[in-house]
Design a protein around this ligand. Structure first.
Ligand SMILES: Cc1cc2nc3c(=O)[nH]c(=O)nc-3n(C[C@H](O)[C@H](O)[C@H](O)COP(=O)(O)OP(=O)(O)OC[C@H]3O[C@@H](n4cnc5c(N)ncnc54)[C@H](O)[C@@H]3O)c2cc1C
Length: 379
């Protein structure tokens, strides 16, 4: 494993994990350590629309679906990612930190056979491998060099994230506040710390004149229902930013290489389960990667094409739901309408939160009946 960072490291993220992510953490043998680190445990999500209507969805509900755990967790990425790195190391992986991958190396036939790495001393070397896995996040250098990843034009958004202390009213329910000029997620991440993650358009971010602290503080202060809460709280670190983040991937493999996690797909973080998708993607890729790494070129390509099919099968429904949610959130009239409907029908909100939480099949909300009720009850 090569990483340009050294661990523990932070990652700009709202730090909420869907209830079903615990299944994979348990399978990796990481759950006990995550539990011991003192994460927050969330019972559901609350979404406030620009018109003030609120949607409350609970993980434990009457729809009959149960997650691996009844609660989602929220844990600082500096803690979670260090635990994951340790699990990989104790399973036999070797980690080289402060090693920046700058390109892929190809053989005479154009097939990927390794990567170029710039190490901490500024020296460049080539490392060869039977299979390169690009798990290098949103701006994946592996994906870009292989021509698999494209930066999309819309929606171009930028995130501003910081940890706060003493935010009044923070509870066991994750919060999402959608406004006309962006949305903000607020969640307890344990130890009295609250994660605040604001997403605005790239244009609004440009207008911040390069002062992310001021942008986040002023945005919170400009929305009366949040202003009072944040006036009493303390931001404990400088605001970190990431973006613009709109990218898409043609496919998640090329001869000799596979992509996983954000490198393979990145969605608007509103539904907040990129970590689950990255973990599930890794779980899905593992057997294909093991087989492809040992196979000859022809057989390896066939195996990686099967990985692509498995990914599509696994994520297709969720991708569609995420796109529909992101589209709804981007149009105030739509999110207002949906919030009116879902605030009247808790069972529909529970289903949607269950789909976002990765334990209710997406087909449950992709039915004509669900959309018809959404239209009807929002009037
Ligand atoms: C504002 C925001 C809020 C979010 N909130 C949530 C949330 O609440 N819940 C959730 O589940 N998801 C959330 N996400 C999404 C989530 O952060 C990602 O989906 C998740 O981190 C993907 O994991 P990954 O391992 O693919 O990539 P990353 O976590 O980005 O890890 C990539 C790793 O690759 C390394 N790397 C990158 N480039 C190179 C290189 N050239 N050479 C060597 N190493 C390299 C990096 O140092 C990093 O360690 C959010 C995202 C954003 C932007």
């Amino acid at each position: 494993m090569l990483d340009r960072a050294s661990f523990p490291r932070d990652k700009v993220c709202a730090e909420y994990l869907s209830p079903q992510a615990s299944r994979i953490l348990a399978a990796m043998g990481a759950m006990d350590e995550v539990d011991a680190s003192g994460p927050a445990r969330l019972t559901g999500m609350r979404v406030r629309a620009p018109n003030g209507c609120e949607i409350h969805g609970s993980f434990v509900a009457t729809h009959g679906y149960r997650a691996f755990r009844d609660r989602g967790i929220a844990v600082r990425r500096s803690v979670l990612d260090a635990i994951l790195v340790q699990r990989a190391q104790s399973a036999g992986a070797r980690l080289i930190e402060r090693a920046r991958v700058t390109d892929v190396v190809r053989d005479g036939s154009g097939r990927t056979c390794g990567v170029s790495v710039l190490d901490a001393d500024g020296a460049t070397q080539e490392l060869l491998a039977p299979l390169v896995i690009g798990a290098d996040g949103l701006r994946s250098v592996v994906g870009r060099r292989l021509g698999l990843t494209r930066v999309s034009r819309i929606p171009r958004r930028v995130a501003f994230v910081a940890h706060f202390r003493n935010v009044p009213g923070v509870s066991e329910v994750g919060e999402m506040h959608v406004e006309r000029d962006g949305y903000v997620g607020i969640a307890d991440v344990g130890h009295g710390i609250t994660n605040v993650a604001l997403v605005v358009t790239a244009r609004a971010a440009r207008d911040s004149a390069g002062d992310p602290d001021a942008l986040l503080d002023e945005w919170l202060a400009s929305h009366p229902h949040l202003a009072a809460r944040f006036a009493a709280s303390e931001r404990i670190e400088p605001v970190r930013t990431t973006g613009p983040f709109a990218s898409s991937t043609r496919r998640a493999w090329a001869p000799g290489a596979a992509l996983v996690g954000d490198a393979a797909d990145f969605f608007d973080p509103f539904t907040g389960e990129g970590v689950y998708s990255a973990l599930r993607g890794g779980e899905l890729l593992a057997p294909f990667a093991a087989e492809a790494a040992l196979a000859d070129a022809w057989a390896s390509d066939r195996v990686l094409a099967e990985y692509e099919r498995a990914r599509r099968e696994e994520f297709r429904g969720k991708w569609l739901v995420e796109k529909l949610i992101a589209g709804t959130v981007a149009v105030p009239a739509l999110i207002n309408h949906a919030a009116r409907a879902l605030s009247r029908r808790k069972e529909m909100a529970d289903l949607l939160v269950g789909v976002a939480g990765d334990f209710v099949p997406p087909s449950q909300v992709l039915r004509v009946g669900y959309f018809a009720r959404l239209l009807l009850f929002g009037v």
